[in-house]
Design a protein around this ligand. Structure first.
Ligand SMILES: Cc1cc2nc3c(=O)[nH]c(=O)nc-3n(C[C@H](O)[C@H](O)[C@H](O)COP(=O)(O)OP(=O)(O)OC[C@H]3O[C@@H](n4cnc5c(N)ncnc54)[C@H](O)[C@@H]3O)c2cc1C
Length: 353
């Protein structure tokens, strides 16, 4: 059980800024995200696209913004000897929220991590980003089905074997390009791209790169609709497809890599007793507190009159929510507004004294 002042659900841009604002006010926060990387939509949906409307930053990509926010929050996300942030919990989906008799919140993740906190900040965007999968019975139990690429430096499970990559969008095509260009020790012996038809929904450069690989025989395309699996000993041995001519096709494989993008799921949040309006958490626009005292909602996940789903609005909400929580958690302490430029206390908290 990790004991802390606050848990922030979601390490998207607003969740990261929430950690920063809480840190300035002297509140320790742990931030949890189901994705393997922080940055939310900025990294998962538009890492290389430019953003032009963040105040003071004329232009930066989604990934650059996430890195800037991480750098800014770094004083409040300390690292251990291995360089891992001890307060940033990735690959963890918050599943349960309850409150004990002392008023502390207990949060647990699907993966088994548990937190006790005095305040909760839901910065969950449109929900937890989970990979879109294939709707085939038995798929989830197979050990050679993957939705993510291994981290750099980690062994590739498909090295020297036949990998089938499912999908026809940017994610699938960039995966195919990356696999073909991987080092000899990590590269698959055979790559098949599996998509329902010979037309992709990807950036023109990616489309061209994959067609070049197909022309050179480095990648094979297998069209058809996935229909069933052949399995043996907990592994998929072949994907069964329905061809465009209505004929069944069997595609033998060693590993199945499903790269069909991410889809947000509000999931368990919907069962926590929060007042929701069209799948968004209703909040006060003064404090960003929900109907559950001590539970705040910021960023794309919330709604209130005049709400705009913009980064700037999420940053404003995180600031006011932090101040409201600080006042609620320390009712007897004076709540002076301090400036980072002039306050020795804030400079000390930022490690810049
Ligand atoms: C293509 C595109 C372009 C955009 N361009 C701009 C722009 O130019 N300017 C602008 O201001 N805005 C832009 N936006 C909108 C902006 O990206 C969003 O407003 C912003 O990402 C919202 O941030 P957030 O932190 O609230 O949510 P998100 O970025 O959605 O992050 C939420 C995070 O919470 C995680 N999460 C959710 N539930 C759980 C759970 N139960 N457990 C663990 N983790 C969970 C998710 O995995 C996700 O990582 C754009 C959006 C898109 C899609």
């Amino acid at each position: 059980m990790i004991d802390t002042d606050a848990v922030v659900i979601g390490a998207g841009p607003v969740g990261l800024f929430q950690v920063f604002q809480l840190g300035l006010l002297g509140l320790e926060a742990h931030v949890v995200d189901v994705l393997p990387e922080p940055g939310g939509q900025c990294v998962a949906l538009y890492p290389d696209k430019p953003i032009y409307d963040v105040p003071g930053i004329p232009a930066c990509t989604g990934r650059e913004l996430a890195q800037l926010l991480l750098d800014q929050a770094a004083p409040f996300l300390p690292r251990d000897a291995q360089g891992h942030s001890t307060r940033l919990h990735l690959g963890q989906q918050v599943a349960h929220l309850s409150r004990d008799d002392c008023g502390h919140f207990k949060l647990t993740t699907q993966q088994g991590r548990a937190f006790r906190a005095r305040a909760v900040f839901i910065a969950a965007g449109a929900g937890a980003f989970v990979p879109r999968s294939l709707n085939l019975p038995g798929l989830g139990d197979c050990t050679n089905v993957h939705h993510h690429l291994p981290d750099a430096g980690q062994p590739a499970p498909w090295a020297g074997q036949h990998v089938v990559v499912c999908g026809g969008g940017d994610e699938a095509l960039s995966t195919v390009v990356a696999l073909s260009a991987d080092t000899p020790e990590r590269r698959p012996a055979q790559i098949t791209l599996q998509h329902r038809r010979d037309v992709f929904q990807a950036e023109p450069e990616l489309d061209a790169a994959v067609r070049l690989l197909m022309r050179d025989g480095a990648v094979r395309l297998q069209t058809g609709l996935p229909d069933a699996l052949d399995t043996d000993g907990g592994r998929v041995t072949a994907l069964r497809l329905l061809g465009s001519d209505g004929q069944p096709v069997s595609l033998p494989l060693d590993h199945l890599l499903i790269r069909q993008g991410l889809s947000p799921r509000l999931g368990p949040l919907a069962e926590w007793g929060l007042t929701l309006e069209r799948k968004q958490v209703s909040v006060s626009s003064a404090t960003f507190e929900s109907n559950l005292p001590g539970v705040y909602a910021v960023g794309d996940v919330n709604t209130y009159p005049g709400k705009k789903r913009l980064l700037l609005c999420g940053f404003h909400e995180a600031t006011l929510a932090a101040h409201a929580a600080s006042a609620a958690l320390n009712p007897d302490a004076p709540q002076h507004l301090l400036y980072t430029t002039t306050s020795p206390l804030l400079k000390q908290r930022l490690g810049r004294a």
